[in-house]
Design a protein. Sequence first.
Length: 139
Amino acid sequence: MLQIKKALQLLEVGRSERSISSQLGLSRNTLRHYQSKFHSSGLSYIELLALSDIRLSSLIYGEVPSTVKSSRQVRFDSLSDYLIAELKRVGVTRQLLWKEYLRQDPAGYSYSQFCDRLNQLKSSLSTFNLKHSNTLSVI
């Protein structure tokens, strides 16, 4: 966003495309793309500089789509507590859990995605416990 605002400032003072692109490390095509977005907004460079980063970003890149969970992700999330608890049991492997998961949800994740989602779950649940001892040991 800083680069876009710098481009706006340089365009405002009348610098050439070539000098702006070399100064900011942008290709001239990218700068032209930005300029076309600026002109299509109908706002002056000063008005564009006054916009918030979010508003300017939506003007340049378009609206950011909201992240919507797929039905497959929702079904997997509903099983998350069960899957983590089962993994702690002796003899239960990821592959056994995955096969059981596919029996319940035939359109579920592939094995690699299943393992990746499990890793994400485990890392989000893990906590860091630090045991501190006040005694000094002398060797």
